[in-house]
Design a protein around this ligand. Structure first.
Ligand code: GLU
Length: 454
């Protein structure tokens, strides 16, 4: 078989939607799986919406996700130009081929594509007019995902509008031919266009590519396709919110594809290895922010401390928590504790603010809960002198001291934990308490307990 050539053919709108990213990813995966080529083609015939900035959003999003293309903008290739707005000459040539084959006619200034078949007129209730229809042989599509799909076109359609601009169906097919595309992998919303496309391929005497229409992505709850207004729909938001590209890419791969076992966290090399059409679901996928977030947390936990600190540092800096000259050892010690708790990089500032600042908020509700279980000030009053007397403020010494004291008081050591944690952090949860105290260090811990008691 000849080399696989697939393309992602977005129309830049200023948004890089998760649905488009998924189409890009599936094409990229298929190219990498088969050793073929992945082409980026910009369908920018709508001049109003296609700004430089809209293109940037798309290209940045693709690069962020690590979806490199073998041909297209910024990288070139033998089948260019890769912008439809620069391919008018090619469209003119192909139009002449259709004209030559007698498959076009002019009406109302536009150029129409003429279907083959018996013509008849039918009264259209909606348009309140007689409409000419064609009994054309149904087009059969052996879709690699949907299976056999049959559909007959029954009306001629426009190729070139009265203002001279070619329509989507025409340029899309011409480019797929001219660029040697072997497989068209795209959203299911295009399935209904495919019979038009196949008619054009036939009229141009070219064997159509293999089609693979991938299921829709439904919004988190309720019916309906995810739209750009839904939370989690835009790729650039993930970057801003501190998600790791590898985690987002892994998650998007699972929107409509699965490795046929229960695994969710998969290395990109493994996904490339396993990805193929039979693994693509027929049913719609549903966006699930919690699953994405859990996956991101797994990827964050796997980072080594150095990479984790590298990513988190600017965010803590931005939040005003760490200065340029922050003590590197202290920062790493804090991050070692907080890394397992983070679901996104953006969580970090909130998770660990009290390590860097004395003006953290005290969670009032947790404070009330604590009061109900006993007198936290009295408990802390008991152990404050012991803490002050401690020679070395490490987790082991803290533990022995608290255990010895608990025995005297006929208490469990854990009786002291909630009050201690609340006094030094203002909240009820967080990293393991004794290592947390050790990292905070005796000065901060003692001062905070004193302030709390006072
Ligand atoms: N420009 C079309 C879109 O963004 C491309 C459709 C296709 O992949 O054929 O939906």
């Amino acid at each position: 078989m000849s080399e696989v050539r697939v393309r992602f053919a977005p129309s830049p709108t200023g948004f890089f939607h998760i649905g488009s990213a998924r189409t890009a990813l599936f094409n990229w995966l298929y190219a990498r799986h088969t050793g073929g080529r992945f082409i980026l083609r910009i369908e920018d015939t709508d001049k109003e919406r296609n700004t430089e900035e809209a293109l940037r959003v798309l290209i940045d999003g693709m690069r962020w996700l690590g979806l490199d293309w073998d041909e297209g903008p910024e990288v070139g290739g033998d089948y260019g130009p890769y912008f439809q707005s620069e391919r008018q000459k090619i469209y003119d040539e192909y139009l002449q081929r259709l004209v030559g084959a007698g498959r076009t006619y002019e009406k109302d200034g536009a150029i129409w594509f003429q279907l083959e078949g018996e013509r008849y007129t039918e009264y259209d209730d909606y348009k309140k007019a007689e409409i000419e229809k064609v009994r054309a042989a149904p087009v059969v599509i052996d879709d690699a995902v949907r299976g056999r799909v049959e559909r007959a076109e029954e009306r001629d359609f426009v190729l070139v509008r009265a203002d001279g601009s070619p329509v989507f169906h025409f340029v899309n097919v011409v480019d797929d031919i001219a660029m040697g595309i072997t497989h068209v992998i795209r959203g299911e919303d295009h399935l209904s266009n495919t019979s038009k496309h196949v008619e054009l391929f036939r009229a141009l005497e070219v064997e159509p590519p293999i089609f693979a229409h991938i299921p829709l992505i439904l919004k988190e709850s309720g019916p309906g396709k995810m739209s750009k207004r839904d939370a989690g729909a835009l790729i650039d938001n993930y970057e801003e919110r501190g998600f790791l590209p590898a985690a987002v890419r892994n998650y998007i791969a699972l929107l409509g594809w699965n490795p046929k076992d229960d695994r969710e966290k998969l290395d990109i090399d493994e996904i490339i290895d396993l990805f193929d059409f039979p693994g693509i679901n027929k049913g719609n996928a549903r966006f699930d922010e919690r699953k994405l977030s859990a996956l991101n947390a797994e990827y964050l936990r796997e980072l080594n401390l150095e990479s984790f600190a590298f990513l988190v540092r600017p965010r803590l800096h931005l939040a005003g928590l760490v200065a340029e000259d922050v003590d590197e050892d202290y920062l790493q010690a804090v991050l070692r504790l907080c890394q397992p708790k983070a679901r996104s990089l953006d969580d970090l500032a909130e998770l660990c603010d009290y390590f860097f600042s004395d003006t953290y908020t005290m969670d009032a509700k947790q404070g009330e809960k604590l009061e109900k279980k006993g007198d936290p000030k009295a408990l802390l009053g008991e152990i404050l002198p012991l803490l002050e007397a401690l020679d070395s403020f490490d987790a082991g010494s803290l533990q022995s001291m608290l255990e010895a004291h608990a025995v005297v008081k006929e208490q469990k050591i854990f009786a002291y934990f909630p009050a201690l944690r609340y006094a030094v952090s203002g909240r009820a949860g967080g990293p393991d308490l004794l290592p947390l105290l050790a990292v905070l260090g005796s000065d901060r811990v003692l001062a905070r307990i004193q302030a709390f008691i006072a």
